[in-house]
Ligand binder design. Structure first.
Ligand SMILES: Cc1cc2nc3c(=O)[nH]c(=O)nc-3n(C[C@H](O)[C@H](O)[C@H](O)COP(=O)(O)OP(=O)(O)OC[C@H]3O[C@@H](n4cnc5c(N)ncnc54)[C@H](O)[C@@H]3O)c2cc1C
Length: 262
């Protein structure tokens, strides 16, 4: 089974205090600590487990700047066999459609049975997986929380649906799957694993390698532009609890007790 997992480098919510940039249309991204998008980590773990069972190869790909290589190395330390970095000035400012178009071009360079994305990333649009499937004209299953793979031409995937119910679907390969958190327990990546892949060559592909017109992606090609980014007003009766997670829990318990809720 040849599996491509799309991974995104995102600001680590546990490690950063977020502030808006001066234009007010994005986070101030200077000096943030980054990590791999949580959903994508589950996707890589699932891909490794499938390959352990039926054989094959796991490749991780990201669209990003040269620092994004670190998330590829992390996922290779976890057990992915190969990494590819899609990086070009022309890719900067891509919207979800642009990202999907770049990933499509990379998918078409390979011979993949399964393409995994996370169900969503930090910006929460949950759009790249579905768009990628549509662009590739491949079947798609979203929010997948269970996979039963054999080496046949289909796999069985489970999806969590409203009310805690579960459905199972058989889906023909090749296909695109978006992975939900909780599908597995991603393995720990130790410093030894990181060292092992520290010097592995990771190919970097730009617009011409992918056969993409740079003007169709990036800022130039984005048909969706973010025009504002803000924390909404609290509204009447709302209160933000401040402090560490433990302090917030303490305060919440006290408030619930005071209101007779506990
Ligand atoms: C400087 C900057 C400028 C931006 N400008 C715009 C803009 O003008 N318009 C706009 O709409 N958006 C813009 N964005 C947002 C950016 O394009 C989003 O990353 C993209 O739209 C994907 O959205 P998402 O995070 O909600 O991904 P989702 O669709 O929620 O992600 C789902 C899955 O898709 C895959 N995926 C997502 N992104 C990547 C990636 N980079 N590489 C590999 N796999 C990926 C992952 O598997 C992920 O789990 C900008 C971002 C930055 C940092």
């Amino acid at each position: 089974m040849e599996i491509l997992v799309c991974v995104k480098r995102v600001p680590d919510t546990a490690e950063n205090e977020f502030e808006l940039n001066s234009a007010g249309n994005d986070l101030d991204r200077d000096d943030l600590v980054y990590s791999v998008n949580e959903w994508d980590n589950y996707a890589v773990e699932e891909a490794i487990q499938i390959v352990d069972k039926v054989g094959g190869n796991v490749t991780v790909v990201t669209v990003g700047d040269d620092e994004s290589e670190e998330v590829l190395r992390r996922e290779m330390a976890m057990g992915a066999n190969d990494g590819v970095l899609l990086c070009d000035d022309a890719f900067e400012g891509s919207d979800g459609k642009g990202i999907a178009a770049l990933l499509k071009a990379e998918v078409e360079k390979g011979n993949y049975d399964l393409i995994f994305t996370g169900a969503q990333a930090d910006e929460g649009a949950g759009q790249v997986g579905g768009m990628l499937a549509a662009m590739l004209d491949l079947p798609y299953a979203s929010l997948v929380n269970k996979i039963d793979a054999s080496d046949g031409g289909t796999i069985t995937v489970g999806r969590e649906i409203e009310g805690g119910n579960q459905e199972m679907n058989e889906i023909e390969l090749p296909c695109v799957i978006s992975i939900q958190t909780g599908i597995n327990e991603p393995r720990y990546v130790g410093i030894r694993g990181i060292r092992k892949v520290a010097k592995v060559e990771i190919p970097v592909k730009g617009a011409s390698d992918l056969g993409i017109d740079g003007g169709s992606v990036g800022d130039a090609g984005a048909k969706t532009k973010r025009v504002d980014y803000f924390v909404p007003d609290l509204g009447d009766g709302a209160e933000m609890l401040e402090g560490s997670t433990e302090e917030i829990i303490e305060q919440l318990i006290e408030k619930l007790k005071a209101k007779g809720g506990l």
